[in-house]
Design a protein around this ligand. Sequence first.
Ligand code: HT7
Ligand code: ZN
Length: 844
Amino acid sequence: PTTIYLKDYTPFGYIVDSVHLTFDLAPHATRVKSRIAFRPNPEASDKTFFLHGEELKLIRASIDGAEVTPDVTDKGLTASVPDAPFVWEAEVEIDPGNNTALEGLYMSNGMYCTQCEAEGFRKITYYPDRPDVMSTFTVRINGNLPVLLSNGNPTGKGKGWAEWTDPWPKPAYLFALVAGDLVAHSDGFTTKSGRHVDLNLWVRPGDEGKCAFGMEALKKSMKWDEDVYGREYDLDVFNIVAVDDFNMGAMENKGLNIFNSSAVLASPETSTDANFERIEAIIAHEYFHNWTGNRITCRDWFQLCLKEGLTVFRDAQFTSDMRSAPVKRINDVIELRARQFPEDNGPLAHPVRPESFQEINNFYTATVYEKGAEVIGMLKTLVGDEAYAKALDLYFERHDGQACTIEDWLKVFEDTTGRDLSQFKRWYSQAGTPRVKVEEDWADGTYTLTLSQSTPPTPGQPEKLPQVIPVAVGLLGPNGDEVRGTEVLELTDARQSFTFEGLAAKPVPSILRGFSAPVILEQDSTPAQRAFMLAHDTDPFNRWEAGRALATETLLGMITRDAAPGSDYLDGLLAVMRDDALDPAYRALMLGLPTQSELAGMLHDKGVTPDPMAIWTAVETLRQATAQHMQDLLPRLHSQSLVDGPYRPDAEQSGKRALGSAALALISRLDGGTQAATEYARADNMTLQLSALSCLLKSGKGEAELAAFYEQWRHDRLVMDKWFGLQVALASPDRAPEIARRLTEHPDFNWKNPNRFRALMGGLAMNHAGFHHASGASYELLADWLIRLDPVNPQTTARMCSAFQTWKRYDADRQDLIRAQLIRIAETPDLSRDTTEMISRILA
Ligand code: HT7
Ligand code: ZN
C-alpha cells in the first residue's frame, strides 16, 4: 500500500467554480451525471488533470461538450484538458444496494444515504476528492421516494424530483444526499440577525417519538454558538437524518447532517441518561462544525485536528455550560485515559497532526480528536480567555471560506498575543504522553516546586524535545485552607523550578488542577497526603483525582503485594459520600474506579506483567470492601434515584440517578441482588431498568429479567444493542468468550450493522479479564469476526482492531496467542487497506 506524506502536499492544478450533479436513483444502477466548471489554478505548478474515482462505471465523459476517452484506473482517471476554463461532464453508474462499506452512496433499510468523509465522494462520481478543492454545488435528485434531500437550500421540487443549491463553497467530503420514506419532526430557529431557519429531524416512520430531545439540543447549540462564539447559521434550512447503518456517530455535511440513529434518537423508556448526554454533545459537535470544519475547512487530511480538535473542544465547552463543568471535565479525563493514553503509549501512537498515513480512515482517533481538544484547551489556558476570544474572531474573519492548516491556526494566536508558539507547536508533532515528575523543597518560608518532563519514545520518534506544559497549581495550608489560589506555571524546560515565597508553613501542593495538560503526573505522595487532598482540595477535579489516586494505589497494592484494601481510601470515600452538599453526579464519579485495562497499563509501566485475573479479583475485592464499609449509608444514597416529577435527562436528575445506581451496585454485593430485582420490576425508564439489570447480571442472576427484557424490547434495535453489549461486558471472565460466541449465533446478531457488531465485540473487548481469557478464546473469536467483516465493512473492522493494541503488556503466553491471531488476520487474502495498515502497525 502507498504511504502519503504531509511534506508532499501540493495544490490541485485546477480550481472548481461550480458543480452540478443529477442523480437518477435506482438501487443497483444509480446514474450520476456531473457538470463541473474548472479553470487552471495559477498557484499550482502540476497541471495533471487527475480525478479520483473508485467503484464507478464510466458511461461517458466530455470536455466543453466534446466526448473524451480518459485513462481510467481503479483509483481514478486522467485526461488532457485545455489551459483555460472548461466544463467537464461525465456520467457514471453506481450500485448503492451492494455498498456494504457504508462509504459513498449506500442503502440502509430502503433509504439512500451518503457518507463522504474522508474519501467517499470518489465512489459517487469522478472528482478532485480532496478537502482543499471547494465549490458551490447544485444537486437534482430524480427518484420515486417521498423525501429527497441534499445540502444547502431547496430550490425546486416536483413529483419524483427535488433540487438543492448550496451557496457556500465546500469540499466534496461535505456532500450529502438522502432519499427515502421518512417523516420529519420539525421546528424553527431565528438567528440573532433575524434569519428564520427551518429545522427538521428526519426519521423512519415509527421513530417520531424519539426526536424531541435531539431537536431541543440543536436549538440550544445554535443559540450557544451565537452567544459564545458569535457564529450564526447561514442557510434557510438545517436537516438532520437518522440512519441505522453508519460507521461512526454522525457527520456534519453542510445543512444536512447525517446521524447514526444511536446518536440522535432518544426517549426515556429506551435511552439512558448517558445516551441523552451523548446525543446532546454529538448534535452540538456536528452543528459547531458548520463554522469549525465547514466554513473553515482543512487543507489536507493531515490537518484533521484543525476541525476535530477545535470542535471537540467547543462541544466540551457547550456541555460544561449546559451541565456541570467539573463533572464534564472529570468524564473527559476518564475517557482520555481510557482511550487516548493507551493509543499514545502503544504501537498506534501518532502525533495530533500525523505526518503520514496509508488509510486516512484509520486516523479518526482519540489522539486527533481528544488530545487535539486538549491542545486547544492548553492554548486557551496559556493565552487567557480574552486573547482566546480575540484569536477566534480573527480566525473566523481571516480564514472564512478557506482550507487551512495548523500553521494558519497558530498564526492567529501569535498575531493576537505576540507570543512565539513554535515550542507549543510540538504538541502537534510529537506523539506520546509526557510524564511530569514533581519534587518539592521547603526552606525559610519559601516553597520550591521542581518539575521535570520527559516523553517516552513512540514509533518513528525515538527522541522527544521538551513541550510547553501549562501546570495549574494551588497551595493548601496544613489545616486545608487554600493559601495560594490557582496559578498557571509554564513548564518549558526539561527541568524547571518555581518558587512561592512568604509562606507561614510548608504547603500541600495541588498540581495539574483541572487536568490543565494531557500528561501523566508523577508525584510521590503518601496515602495520608492523598486523603488530605480528597478531604480539602478546593479544585473539584483534583479532589476527585486524589480519590482516584488513592483507589489506584490501593488496587496496585492489592495486586502486587496482596495488601488489604486501604483504610485511607475507604474512610476518605465514606466522608465524601456522606457530604450531601456535594453534587450527586460528582459523588457518583468518586465511587468509580480506574478501568482494569488502565490498571494493566500502570502495572506494565512499573515493570510488572499484568495478570488480568489478579486485577479482576482485586477490583471485586475492593468493591466488596467498599460496600461493607458504606453499608449504613447505601440506602440513603440509593434513595437519590427517586427524583421528584417526571423523568428529565438533565444534569440534576441524571446525577441523582447515577449516584442511586452506583449505590444499588454496592447494595447488590451485600444482598445478592434482591433489591435490584425489585428495582428492575418497578423501573419506568431505561436508565433505572438497565442499572438494575446490570446489578442482577453482576450478581450472577437476572436470567429471567434478561429474557423479559428481550421480549419487551426485541422490536427496538437500539435497545437490542444494549442487550447484546451488556451480557458480554458484564459476563464473569470465565464465561465471557462462551457467552459472546453464543450471542454471535443469535438470530438478532445482524453483524453487518456496525452498531450491533460493535455492541457485541466492543462489549467483549471491554470485559478486560474476559477478553484476556487464558485460553485465547476471546482473541480467536474477535479475529474470526474481523476476518469475516473486513470484506464487508473495512472501516469498522479496522477500528475494532485497536482492541489488540495493548497486547505487548501481557505475559508471553497471551502475547503468543494474540500474535497468532494478528498474523492470521494479516495473512487473510485480499485484506482491506484499512485493516492491513492497522494490523501491521499493531504488530510492528
Ligand atoms: N467528521 C466526521 C468524521 C467521520 C465520519 C463520520 C461518519 C462516518 C464516517 C466518518 N468518517 C469520518 C464526524 C465528526 O467528527 O463529527
Ligand atoms: Zn467532528
